[in-house]
Design a protein around this ligand. Structure first.
Ligand SMILES: [Zn+2]
Ligand SMILES: [Zn+2]
Length: 312
């Protein structure tokens, strides 16, 4: 038996480092769910896979000697804002930053648009960390980070975003933040990325997934997430708010509920909370979700900064 096969008992955890959407927020009304923006840590015995680098990345626990990888969904500012303050203290460590081409820019080019003057005093080259930039191909063959298998597909979000599925030891976690359940108008789609994802499709089923993601996104995400142990789903808006915020690229708890039932998802956590939603507002929202959809907190709840979920 190889050494890899003997690591059956390793723990897999998902840490919510930051789950606020769009903009960080602070103050006494935002202490329970937190104000740091999108960043999550998927951790096994050997791997520390950070998903998105919003300001939540500054809440990282000690990673020991685990290998560090950062998966970026897209470069909207709330998903990369924390990156320079994370890279500085890392010193000369080695890490890999993964991301797909969006808006016709590679992940390195996207980060370079933020990390330069006048938006930031220094560029990425200044950091001592040894950074490998890995270009993710959406809808292509899965890739490995150690014993974690990662699959990337395009999301339905203005300018594009990537949905990641992480599989390890028979478990699967799907990260679907920045996802809208209704079709977007053409001028909000990242047409170039969609064409690339269609071209890199392995077979007709994965080709269909991209087409479906653009025309009936909820069905496509349901197919992609089937039987997941944990789904992180964008529920930035209430159903009423969504009516005024269509095409902004976000979704609702109502759609999360449809997805989790159709996709037989074990546990769903709702992420990307709107900056204006206070603790008491989100408490009320969560209570309504449990009453209306007759589900337990275990089955679906709102993500809270600092919470750790045992995946295995
Ligand atoms: Zn976002
Ligand atoms: Zn976004």
């Amino acid at each position: 038996m190889s050494k890899e096969n003997m690591t059956n008992s390793q723990n897999i955890t998902l840490h919510v480092l930051g789950c606020r959407g769009s903009m960080p927020i602070s103050g006494p009304a935002f202490t329970k769910y937190g104000g740091a923006t999108s960043s999550y840590l998927y951790m096994t015995d050997k791997e520390a896979i950070i998903i998105d680098a919003g300001t939540g990345i500054l809440n990282l626990p000690d990673l020991g000697d685990r290998r560090i990888s950062v998966l970026i969904s897209h470069s909207h500012i709330d998903h990369i804002l924390g990156l320079p303050m994370f890279l500085g203290p890392l010193g000369a460590k080695e890490l890999s930053i993964y991301g797909a081409t969006h808006e016709q820019l590679t992940i390195r080019q996207q980060l370079d648009t933020y990390l330069k003057r006048p938006l930031w005093p220094v560029g990425l080259d200044v950091f001592a960390a040894h950074i490998n930039y890995v270009d993710v191909k959406e809808n292509a063959a899965p890739f490995q980070i150690g014993d974690v298998t990662v699959t990337a597909v395009p999301s339905n979000h203005p300018g594009g975003s990537t949905i990641y599925k992480l599989e390890c030891q028979g478990t699967s976690v799907v990260y679907a933040s920045d996802f809208e359940h209704e079709e977007l108008p053409d001028d909000r789609k990242d047409i170039v990325a969609i064409e690339a994802a269609t071209a890199s499709a392995k077979d007709s089923a994965s080709k269909d997934l991209v087409t479906q993601m653009m025309s009936s996104p909820l069905d496509a995400l349901t197919a992609f997430s089937q039987n997941a142990d944990l789904l992180l789903y964008d529920a930035q808006y209430t159903a009423e708010e969504y009516q005024k915020c269509k095409t902004f690229g976000h979704s609702t708890a109502e759609k999360a509920n449809e997805l989790r039932l159709a996709g037989k998802i074990k546990q769903t956590i709702l992420v990307h909370h709107a900056p204006g939603h206070t603790d008491s507002f989100l408490d009320e929202m969560e209570k309504e979700i449990h009453d209306k959809y007759d589900c337990s907190s275990e089955e679906m709840h709102l993500a809270k900064e600092g919470e750790v979920i045992n995946v295995k």
